[in-house]
Design a protein around this ligand. Structure first.
Ligand code: HEM
Length: 330
């Protein structure tokens, strides 16, 4: 049942009205949409390389919670955005707002926030990929946005302390059932970007068995960066590379780091566990030696993930502003 509209600011009413005059974006608008969006993403990455990684993670964390419906963007109190796993960790929201405004005014279309997240993740990855070695996957245009935020479903996000079978199940629950896609998505996601000390510390100062197959020198480096006695504030402020080797370049470097026992978070190092099922060990070996195979599996995985739980016009809406639903639906 649709409830009374919440009070809107003048700006929001204006945005909604002008937005509503334009046609809903579809394939025929792709050239303009991609031109405007790509320019913004490349400019942002030039200013801060990490933004490529942040846009990829934003899409991933959206897609794992009630599908790729931009529900993560809603500024709802106690909503998804402010749940553990997202709060003070996922970033890129301001850039999404800017892209929404630019595409709407320059292409004169109603573009969904879900379309923007999916296209921006691809542009973000490509912006940090070496030319001629970038992953390419299809992103459909014409998705709709959710009307709600789903904080109650954020348990679907994978956790760094979870065992391999649980992690695989969580990906399978989001329709990623192919082991190669599962491994390539984690390796691709974590070949760029940063993680906070809080995550590294979880494995450093316990009796963590993953440290058995880590490089002792690297463990010493992590301990130096993230001392046990440091405050929670320090752990939230200090970040280290997820892929110690080439953190600013999208490549198969994660797997070389994994082999050397030099990846930051526990679930990543777990991919190198010699006791893993043979199909996992085979995929890790393949991607270490063969970058083309990695790029192919990552691209396939992104397409699978990016099509997860897409909404149509009957279930969603095209938000006028990515941070707010168009009405007060609760
Ligand atoms: C086992 C599954 C996964 C776990 C447990 C996991 C966990 C994490 C954690 C703890 C961080 C650091 C967050 C922080 O310090 O604030 C992180 C960062 C990141 N993750 Fe994952 N992740 C997983 C899979 C993925 C996948 C599938 C992707 C994308 C395809 C991805 C992309 C990223 C990116 C790009 C970053 C860095 C973001 C930035 O620097 O802004 N992750 N992940």
């Amino acid at each position: 049942m649709r409830a009374r509209a919440r009070p809107h600011t003048q700006a929001r009413i204006a945005a909604q009205e002008s937005n509503g005059d334009y046609p809903v974006a579809d394939e025929s608008h792709r050239t303009c949409i991609e031109a405007v969006l790509t320019r913004h993403v490349y400019e942002a990455v030039q200013e801060e390389t990490r933004m490529g990684a942040s846009l990829l993670r934003l899409h991933f964390h959206d897609c794992f919670v009630h599908g790729c419906d931009a529900s993560i963007l809603l500024d709802e109190e106690n909503g998804e955005k402010f749940s553990p796993g997202n709060k003070d960790s996922v970033r890129g929201y301001e850039l999404v707002d800017i892209m929404k405004e630019s595409i709407t005014s320059q292409c004169r279309v109603q573009i969904s926030c879900a379309d923007i997240l999916a296209l921006a993740a691809r542009a973000g990855v490509q912006a940090v990929s070496p030319p001629h070695r970038m992953p390419i996957w299809n992103v459909t245009i014409g998705r709709y946005d959710s009307k709600y935020s789903y904080a109650n479903l954020t348990g679907a996000l994978p956790g760094t302390d979870e065992p391999m079978d649980k992690l695989m199940q969580k990906f399978a629950d989001q329709s990623i059932t192919d082991v190669k896609e599962f491994i390539a998505l984690i390796g691709g996601g974590h070949t760029i970007g940063l993680n906070h000390c809080g995550f590294a510390k979880r494995r450093l100062y316990g009796n963590d068995t993953t440290n058995l197959y880590s490089d002792p020198e690297y463990i010493t480096f992590l301990e130096h960066m993230c001392p046990e006695t440091q405050s929670v504030q320090h752990d939230a402020e200090v970040s280290i590379a997820l892929d110690n080797k080439t953190m600013n370049i999208f490549d198969n470097g994660f797997f070389a780091s994994l082999h050397k026992g030099r990846v930051g978070i526990k679930s990543d190092q777990l991919l190198g566990d010699p006791n893993n099922p043979s199909e996992i060990r085979a995929a890790v070996e393949l991607f270490t030696d063969n970058e083309d195979a990695f790029l192919e599996a990552f691209s396939a995985g992104m397409e699978t993930m990016g099509n997860n739980g897409i909404l149509g016009s009957d279930e969603g809406e095209i938000r006028a502003e990515c941070r707010h639903p168009n009405g007060n639906y609760r």
